[in-house]
Design a protein around this ligand. Sequence first.
Ligand SMILES: [Cu+2]
Length: 337
Amino acid sequence: MLNSIVSRWMLYGTLWMVAVGSGYAQDAPLPEDLTTLGPEELLALELIPIDVLGAHIHPKGVWMAGYRFGSMHMKPAHGLHDRAYALEPKAMHTGMHMVEAMYGITDRLTLAAMLSYQRSILRLQTTEGMRYRITASGLGDVQIALHYALRASMVHYLTSFAGLSLPVGRVNLWSDRLPRPLPYAMRPGSGTWDMLIGLASIHRLKDWNLGVHGDALWRIGKNTYGYRLGHRIHAGAWATYRLWSWLAFTMHVDGHLLGDVSGRDARLDPHVSPMDDPALQGDRHVMVQPSINIYLPKGPLRGMRWALHLDLPLKVWHETAAMEMHRQWILALQWAW
Ligand SMILES: [Cu+2]
């Protein structure tokens, strides 16, 4: 099922490129246009929730920089209780730093790049009841994308993006406590070249922004260790309410679909730990994501947007994952000039 969904998305990706190609050729200014707004005015509109990655544009010549820190807790999935493993995962925590840069090439076309660094801590228990923890850290893959506004009127904002994820992240990690490499979920990199596409549509109604979005990440080929991570799809909807010009609240519901690992890292034994089983790396869940967004119109931090964001599972399908999402929070900063 995942394959047919993703191939449909790839078709949309092709259509996107055609649309961008024709739009780029004209690139005429739009009537009553969001692109006439300054960089700060645009950030102040809180158009895109900070957790919907990308899917926005900046006017020509405008730079944006962003930083976010995310703290994610995962726990073992309930569906695994009927199996016995020599090594049982108990909990995993991942802290992730992400920096992003965006630049408006034209009023409709924006270039974006993103780099991440993550550190994971995994708690394990042996069948004899001995507990220990292992840690892993490193740079993740670099993402480069083009974002294009198909519409940018004051009431309807339709943006798309397409890009590449470059396999610069670490894939081969070891701990002195394990006789084999660290499991798939602790590796910051994928080791494969991946394609990204996405679309977001936002309607503005007075103090409300209502949006829907979808994006897909499609992995190409296999990495040097003989596997690739699962393809990934996100789709969701949100509502943002601007209470004052500097304060907005967002409620976002987001579905995640992550396929299993294809192929396998032959150095890992799936019978030892569920985290080493390629068939248990997929994940399906729906999250509720409330966030507070603050925009500072004056003072020394003028023009900066802050967001604090929570991720809580609404529904998790247990049988498909070694570990499942428990909770996450993200603090994000963005500024444009
Ligand atoms: Cu931006």
